[in-house]
Design a protein around this ligand. Structure first.
Ligand SMILES: *Cc1c(COP(=O)(O)O)cnc(C)c1O
Length: 380
């Protein structure tokens, strides 16, 4: 085992590996003083658009802003209902409430961890205006089914792609497209620990719709189509040039990052498949998995004991997410009282293990043997 403590995400080792290019990119912006809307931002937006095969990429300040600006750009009004999974990061639903819209939380699928198609269908009302699938842990929600529901009921689809950038969705006719480019607007985050992370906060929005793209740019820039002309209430949400310069370097590595994560996942899978109390992540046929998290279910009710045991033995782990959205005080008023069995089960069973691009064999072997020793000793 290495002398350094094991980490969930090893940002230090990734930085060291890419240091020369990253430092040059950052110093270039510092020397040019092109801090706001500089050339590196324009280039990064174009490069990411080419990578994703989407017409427009608009950098914003963070992933939460991206989601908020999406609802603003689509012109949703107070009282409009937006369907979201009850098992997700808070940001997905928080901005909906902030704008006076109504988040309608629905259960998720146990196998994919993503929003349940049956429950979306049951939740659609005359007030429903949009669905927000979250491509959780690095794998797409069932977008073909979601797009079909959206078409039938004329709903917008806003993809929360903060955890799945680079993942490919395959339609039943064999066509593929990157997650985040399938709905009306895709939103992502460049928070440092995300698969494509910068050195602070950052985010982006994707769309193929020219008109939506210019509305997004206008709203993200104080609602001004031209300087000192403000046609709508907007926000101030920019991706800093220095962050874009970093992201431009890292974007070239994104597919390699995914391969490294997939190799780590394959090693976990092979080792843990034989542990009956562990349910390893299922890769859905319609999506590639870029493993933002490697998340398993612990089916013998000893998840919290496992986490304590791992901690004692120097192995970090995380629970994404421990509480259903509707049990959070901030969301209580949006809850109709109906509990979601899959979300509740997942909150009790999920645990995520260290997953990043710099995992070495010795470290992963130690994590795996520690995991196995817990189950070998635990009384069933
Ligand atoms: C990280 C994340 C966000 C928010 O991104 P920030 O950049 O931290 O604002 C939104 N949704 C999901 C699913 C996320 O994982």
């Amino acid at each position: 085992m290495s002398i350094n403590p094991i980490q969930m995400v090893d940002l230090q080792a990734q930085y060291q590996r890419l240091k020369l290019e990253l430092d040059a990119a950052m110093l270039g912006v510092a020397a040019d003083c092109t801090y706001i809307k500089g050339p590196a931002l324009v280039e990064f937006e174009a490069n990411l658009a080419a990578y994703l095969n989407v017409k427009h990429v608009i950098g914003v300040a963070n992933g939460t802003d991206a989601l908020q600006i999406a609802f603003m750009a689509l012109g949703l009004k107070p009282g409009d209902e937006v369907i979201v999974p009850s098992f997700t990061y808070v940001a997905t639903a928080e901005v909906i409430g902030l704008l006076g819209l109504t988040p309608v939380m629905v259960d998720v699928d146990l196998e994919s961890f993503t929003i349940s198609i049956d429950h979306i269908k049951k939740a659609v009302t005359a007030k429903t205006k949009a669905i927000v699938p979250v491509h959780l842990y690095g794998q797409a929600a069932d977008m073909e089914a979601i797009l079909a529901i959206a078409k039938e009921h004329q709903l917008y689809v806003i993809e929360d792609n903060a955890q799945a950038i680079g993942s490919d969705f395959t339609f039943s006719n064999g066509e593929t497209a990157k997650t985040g480019t399938l709905g009306d607007i895709g939103c992502t985050s460049f928070f440092p620990s995300k698969n494509l992370g910068c050195f602070g906060d950052g985010g982006a929005m994707f769309t193929n719709d020219d008109e939506l793209a210019s509305r997004i740019r206008m709203i993200a820039n104080h609602g001004q189509p031209r300087k000192y002309i403000h046609t709508v209430l907007g926000v101030n949400s920019r991706l800093d040039t220095i962050q874009a310069a970093i992201l431009k370097v890292k974007l070239k590595e994104l597919d390699d990052f995914a391969r490294r994560r997939q190799a780590v996942a394959a090693t976990y899978d092979a080792a843990l498949l034989s542990v009956p109390e562990i349910c390893i992540p299922k890769v859905m046929t319609y999506s590639t998995h870029v493993y933002h998290q490697y998340t398993v279910r612990i089916t013998n009710g000893k998840r919290d004991e496992l986490q304590a045991f791992l901690k004692e033995n120097g192995v970090p782990s995380m629970i994404y997410y421990p509480i259903p959205l509707y049990d959070q005080e901030a969301f209580a008023r949006y809850h109709d009282g109906v509990r979601h069995p899959n979300t509740e089960q997942l909150c009790k069973e999920v645990i995520s293990f260290p997953m990043h691009t710099e995992m070495d064999t010795d470290t992963q072997d130690y994590i795996i043997s520690t995991l196995k020793s817990f189950f070998a000793s635990c009384i069933k």
